[in-house]
Ligand binder design. Structure first.
Ligand code: SF4
Length: 399
């Protein structure tokens, strides 16, 4: 099955013409880095991509591009390489699949390096170590202290030091000299994308929701690495934003979204199988926001003042670095502004990170938002369509 034939398995909004170009760009990420010839750095999904661009290298969001199942269970990928390399079979499926796919390429992989951060989940940290060892590629890491409102000054100066050290160590390896001017330029380019993603997120607050959940999820997931071409991505996102705005001006909802749908905010790691987003609309719902990649574009990175210090402060405030209660509270304003009727929390089996915070998130959202909240669990081998009765019943209950 060719990649374009596979598209028929997932329902895309074909009337959003500019989105087709974005989808193409998504599908070509892997071949694009293979052709690039430059240094390619595998990054965890929420590691800010401008750090890698400022090192003259290209970031690659490994979980997104190597872990996402773009079609149906028919193309479910093997996890054998990851397990052989030492990853436990009960690890989360995103890591199992992404690791297996990456290791299966052996010497053909275009990756030159892995970057890790203490803020990434423990399973991803282990996976990065395994891949680095098996592929004989270096791994560099950066510590980020857990958020604690009382230690802002200490924490930001620590992160600033970590950034400086990363720029020095990786820069030496790549023969690239760090310059504040470069970083400022990269932050500026990244902020243009952030602004577009925030505009698109804002468009979902309209009564007639102009984008389907699948299109919104894929659009906001581009924050992971800007699909290796920030300028081309900016151009496409601008077109998407303009098309979407036209729909809002004409009070038109995206095709497939019912009249007066149940407005849902999604929190947590997304399912691998993209059909999940179709199920939401088929069940009478509409996605009006999603926090999976929100920490990367929750606000623009300050471009002025002491750049590294401001950047360090922004990193420290990324919601995923926070303990569960702080994270839940920090998400409240973002969720509120999307005016949802209910919240869905997604948990991936094998993810200790999110499952342990599920209860706190649920209680905090119920108390502070006063709307229904449900949790769903994504298994490793289950067909995502098995979740349909749960989603339908929840949406029905919210009507
Ligand atoms: S689902 Fe959990 S374990 Fe898997 S990559 Fe995401 S945060 Fe890490």
């Amino acid at each position: 099955m060719t990649k374009s034939a596979q598209l028929t398995e997932v329902l895309l909004d074909r009337r959003l013409a500019s989105f087709n170009r974005l989808w193409q760009m998504f599908m070509e990420s892997e071949s694009r880095i293979q052709r690039s010839g430059g240094k390619v750095v595998a990054k965890w999904r929420l590691f800010p991509p401008e750090i890698i661009y400022a090192l003259g290298a290209t970031p690659y969001d490994l979980l997104l591009h190597e872990g996402m199942t773009k079609t149906t269970t028919k193309d479910a990928r093997t996890t054998a390489y990851a397990i052989e390399a030492g990853l436990s079979a009960d690890s989360c499926i995103w890591n199992l699949t992404a690791t297996s796919n990456t290791l299966s390429k052996g010497n053909l992989t275009p990756l030159n390096m892995f970057v890790a951060t203490a803020g990434q989940c423990d399973i991803s940290s282990k996976t990065w170590q395994l891949m680095s060892r098996d592929m004989h590629k270096p791994i560099y890491s950066m510590e980020i202290p857990i958020y604690d409102a009382a230690s802002e000054k200490r924490a930001t100066s620590f992160i600033k030091e970590e950034l400086t050290s990363l720029f020095e160590r990786v820069g030496r390896r790549f023969g690239h000299k760090y310059s504040e001017r470069n970083l400022r330029e990269e932050i500026k380019r990244g902020n243009e994308i952030r602004k577009l993603l925030l505009d698109l997120t804002g468009s979902l607050t309209h009564d007639h929701v102009p984008m389907t959940g699948l299109e919104y999820f894929l659009t906001h997931a581009t924050a992971g690495d800007y699909l290796q071409e920030p300028e081309a991505l900016t151009a496409i996102l601008t077109e998407i934003r303009n098309e979407v705005m036209k729909r809002t001006e004409q009070s038109k909802a995206a095709p497939g979204i019912t009249n007066d749908p149940t407005r849902l905010y999604y929190v947590g790691m997304a399912p691998q199988d993209l059909r999940f987003w179709n199920i939401i609309e088929d069940s009478g719902g509409a996605i009006v926001g999603c926090d999976t990649y929100l920490p990367l574009f929750h606000s623009p990175i300050p471009e002025n003042g002491s750049l590294l210090k401001e950047f360090a402060g922004w990193i420290w405030k990324m919601p995923h670095h926070m303990p569960s209660l702080d994270r839940a509270k920090s998400l409240i304003p973002y969720i509120k502004q999307q005016k949802p009727d209910a919240v869905i929390i997604g948990n991936v089996i094998g993810c200790r990170n999110l499952s342990s915070s599920d209860r706190i998130l649920k209680e905090t959202f119920r108390e502070e938002l006063g709307i229904p909240v449900t949790s769903i669990e994504f298994g490793s081998s289950e067909d995502v369509t098995l979740l349909e009765p749960h989603i339908k019943a929840f949406i029905e209950m919210c009507k």
